[in-house]
Design a protein. Structure first.
Length: 83
């Protein structure tokens, strides 16, 4: 069994109101030194078998089609080691 992780983040030029709200909460709660916050999504996908290049390519295709909106979001896909 293998785990593939897809991290989805808004593109840098897209405003992130949730990230801004979290940034404001940091300072209100006394956590200093936080310049900015961007919020994203993380998907952990367990495969039945090994993380072959073909299986990872299928996850990348699913990420581009289902998990991320490529107009406003970027995503990365990686295989998590030791699972």
């Amino acid at each position: 069994m293998a785990r593939v992780v897809v991290d989805v983040m808004l593109k840098p030029e897209i405003l992130d109101p949730q990230g801004k709200a979290v940034q404001g909460a940091f300072s209100r709660l006394g956590f200093d030194g936080v310049a900015s916050v961007r919020q994203g999504k993380r998907f952990e996908i367990e495969l039945d078998g090994e993380a072959t290049p073909e299986a990872v390519a299928e996850i990348e295709r699913a990420a581009a089609t289902l998990l991320a909106n490529p107009v406003i979001e970027d995503f990365t896909v990686h295989v998590e080691a030791g699972v």
